[in-house]
Design a protein. Structure first.
Length: 304
C-alpha cells in the first residue's frame, strides 16, 4: 500500500519546481493560482531566489506548499491510476497532505500558509528564540536536559530530536547535550517553532482557520501533534492550530502508517529529508521521491 508524504520548512532551495513548471501544464497552473491568491511571484522566487528572500518564513511556507502540490500534480499526471492509501506531512507539509486529501482547496491552503508564515515570523521577532537538532541521545535524556524551559519540537527518528526555546535557554542546553555525548546542529530558523513562544501565532492562526471551509479528509491523514488519523473537519482545524506550539511526532506518525499496512512511501516536494528519516525508522519499507523529472521517472519504476 502506498502513502505520500510532504516536506516542511527547511527543504526549500533555489530552482525547486522549475522542471515540472516547464513540463506539466497542471503544475504551472498551481504556481499561477498561488500568485493570484497571495500576490507573490512564487515562480520567480522559487526558480531565481535569491536564497535569503526564499528562506524567509513568510515566503518559504507558501513556496514549499506550491512546489509540493505542483510536484504531486506531475506524479498524478504520470501515474493516473495511483492508488493512494494514506497521507502525512511534516509540520508545514501537513497542509500539503490536507490539500491532496480534499480538506480544503489549494487556493485556501496557500493563503493559510502565507498567513501562518507571517504570524510565526512576527512571533519570532517578539519572542526571540531558536531551534537545534540533537543527535545521538534518547528522548528521555533530551527531556531531562531541556527541563521546562526548552521544548521537544520534532521527534523525527531514532537518535534525532529537534528542540526549541528562547535563545538563553537554548544556549544553556547545548553544552549539557554535548556533555551527555550528543551532537548539536543549530537550525537556521527565525523563531522557536513548535514551542510556547509561538502561542500568540497559534491564537491568531486559529482565527484564520475559522474563516476557511474545511471538510473531512477523503483519505486518511496522520496529524503531526496526535500521530493519529484526522477523521473530521474539527480534527483538521485542531491539528493545524495545535501543531504551531506542539511537537511534530514524525517517528510515531510513520510507525502508525506502517502498522496500518503502508509498505511504500513517496516523498513529494523539494528535498529528500523525509526519505532519509524513513531509512532510520524502518529499512523494510520502499521509499520513492518526486521533485524533478529524474526522480519522477525513478518513482514510476518503483511503483510498477
Amino acid at each position: 500500500m502506498v502513502a505520500v508524504i510532504f516536506p516542511g520548512q527547511g527543504s526549500q532551495y533555489v530552482g525547486m519546481g522549475k522542471e515540472f513548471y516547464e513540463t506539466y501544464p497542471s503544475s504551472r497552473e498551481i504556481f499561477e493560482e498561488a500568485e493570484e491568491k497571495i500576490g507573490l511571484d512564487l515562480a520567480e522566487l522559487c526558480f531565481s531566489g535569491p536564497s535569503p528572500k526564499l528562506d524567509l518564513t513568510e515566503n518559504c511556507q507558501p513556496a514549499v506548499l506550491t512546489v509540493s502540490i505542483a510536484s504531486f500534480k506531475a506524479l498524478k499526471d504520470s501515474v493516473p491510476d495511483l492508488k493512494l492509501r494514506m497521507l502525512a506531512g511534516h509540520s508545514l507539509g501537513e497542509f500539503s497532505s490536507l490539500v491532496v486529501a480534499g480538506s480544503f482547496s489549494f487556493g485556501d491552503g496557500v493563503n493559510l500558509v502565507r498567513k501562518r508564515g507571517l504570524l510565526m515570523a512576527e512571533a519570532g521577532r517578539k519572542n526571540p528564540g531558536g531551534m537545534v537538532a540533537v543527535i545521538g541521545l534518547e528522548t528521555s535524556e533530551v527531556e531531562r536536559i531541556c527541563g521546562d524551559s526548552v521544548q521537544l519540537a520534532n521527534l523525527n527518528c531514532p537518535g534525532q530530536i529537534v528542540v526549541s526555546g528562547g535563545k538563553e535557554a537554548i544556549e544553556r542546553v547545548i553544552p549539557e547535550v554535548k556533555a551527555a555525548g550528543g551532537k548539536v546542529i543549530p537550525l537556521s530558523v527565525s523563531g522557536a517553532f513548535h514551542s510556547h513562544l509561538m502561542r500568540e501565532a497559534c491564537e491568531k492562526f486559529a482565527e484564520e482557520l475559522e474563516r476557511v471551509s474545511i471538510s473531512s479528509p477523503l483519505f486518511p491523514v496522520i496529524g503531526n501533534s496526535s500521530a493519529d488519523v484526522l477523521s473530521s473537519s474539527e480534527d483538521v482545524r485542531e491539528s493545524l492550530r495545535r501543531q504551531i506550539v506542539s511537537p511534530v511526532r514524525w517517528q510515531e506518525s510513520m510507525s502508525k502508517m506502517i502498522e496500518e499496512g503502508i509498505d511504500t512511501f513517496i516523498e513529494v516536494g523539494p528535498g529528500r529529508v523525509l526519505s532519509k528519516l524513513l531509512a532510520r525508522i524502518d529499512r523494510n519499507v520502499r521509499v520513492g521521491h518526486v521533485e524533478n523529472k529524474k526522480t519522477l521517472e525513478e518513482t514510476i519504476q518503483l511503483l510498477k
